[in-house]
Design a protein around this ligand. Sequence first.
Ligand code: FAD
Length: 460
Amino acid sequence: MTVVFIIKFLEVLQMKKFDIVVIGGSAAGLTAAITARRHYPEKKILLIRKEKLVPIPCGIPYVFGTVGSPQNNLILDTPLEKNNVEIMLDEVTEIDREGRKVMTAGGEEVGYDKLVIATGSLPMMPPIPGFDKKNVFPVYKDVDQLTKMQETVNASKKVVVIGGGFIGVEVSDEINKIKDVQVTICELLPHCLQLAFDSEFCSEAEKVLQERGVNIMANQKVESIVGNSTAAGVKLADGTLLETDMVIVGIGTVANIDLAKKANLRLGPTGSIWVDRTMRTSDEHIFSCGDCAEKFSFFGGKPSKLKLASIASSEARIAGANLYGIKRESVGTIGVFSSAIGDHSFAVAGMQEEFAKQQGYDVIAGMAEGPNRHPGKMPGMANQRVKLVFEKRTKVLIGAQMMGDKAVGELINVASACIQHRMNIDDIACFQMGTHPALTASPVVYQYVNAAESALLAMS
Ligand SMILES: Cc1cc2nc3c(=O)[nH]c(=O)nc-3n(C[C@H](O)[C@H](O)[C@H](O)COP(=O)(O)OP(=O)(O)OC[C@H]3O[C@@H](n4cnc5c(N)ncnc54)[C@H](O)[C@@H]3O)c2cc1C
């Protein structure tokens, strides 16, 4: 008995010990560690992550074209170093909640006072026969996998992409851009991007993609991936066989909860790690944020399966700040993001009109469209379309969709802020938007403001 006690005592003495340990080195983990440093300058912080090189997740589609390679799309360690956060490259295999320590594949034991789990998500695997063949690639956030994928893309003449969400669309457009390769997207829903946009925006995005040479097979269920050990074709439910040299799968992601499950942490209704609004898990010393953490919608509070970097970093700023005293709370997922197909940008925040109606909201929408410069002869002129969706009873903004030039990537963030602060039609119609001939639309026709005016007209 005494010997066991002495051994344990020596182990504790030898064990590395930190005040704050963060597991995961991507959008959520990195932001949580830096936020913790800002709020707790005196604490000893360690970030443990599996991989030496961390891809910028949202930049992954661009490694096939615009940025050239996975090595050109990396999260640097500089912010961690500058913030005096230690880094350990290892895989955490177990959390000992009672002993407040984590164990790693490399044989380390690390003690913590507060733990943040930011283990993210993994690609969803479709229940499609043939999915395990060679040359079938789910989009992993992993440099080695992406390098293998890029080599296969470079050796291919035909590529089939399963899934027409924003990952599938961006990957397809980038591959199509770089080389003489025929890319075909197979999408189950009537339109690509349908889970994000109303049909009229989806149609515009599809038009741009098709004009650029991408084939779209929408409203089509993939039945199987055919070939011997290597994928040679994709069979659709209507009998069509699409010949291909490789298959890319972008149908969504699932929370990576293995560690949390093993540690008996409570899980939420969508199977992610349960957290309260402060991002605290069912263990008061453990917080979680990002793709692995359970979410609820800003609209009505229902469980939300949305997984975005915008949500991950916001949650990480909450978790990191709250470790030693609650300072921030989550308002739920708004769902704001943008995408680009060539020179055309598409952006969305909150609920689309069609989705809001399906959810039982009584809504009114307003649209405004016009040049993004004044006069239209100014360089950089492009058409900009803005659609705003308001709840009819309260006139509060609940959704925005935009397409046009690159500026919509920032204009949508204005909309997201307005949604988060529950601004109404009149607030937005009277908005004081800064304008300049070389930079924006004219104040008279400013699309964001005029979309609100148009919704007001539709109400009467
Ligand atoms: C191709 C693609 C494009 C995207 N584009 C956009 C976009 O444009 N805009 C947007 O908002 N979102 C986008 N997303 C979603 C966004 O990437 C995710 O929401 C974001 O990566 C979530 O960050 P995270 O840190 O929670 O998880 P992840 O990025 O999944 O990171 C998890 C981290 O945890 C580490 N880890 C896991 N388990 C362990 C363990 N046991 N031990 C140690 N380390 C571990 C991993 O190695 C990794 O470092 C995109 C996703 C993909 C795949």
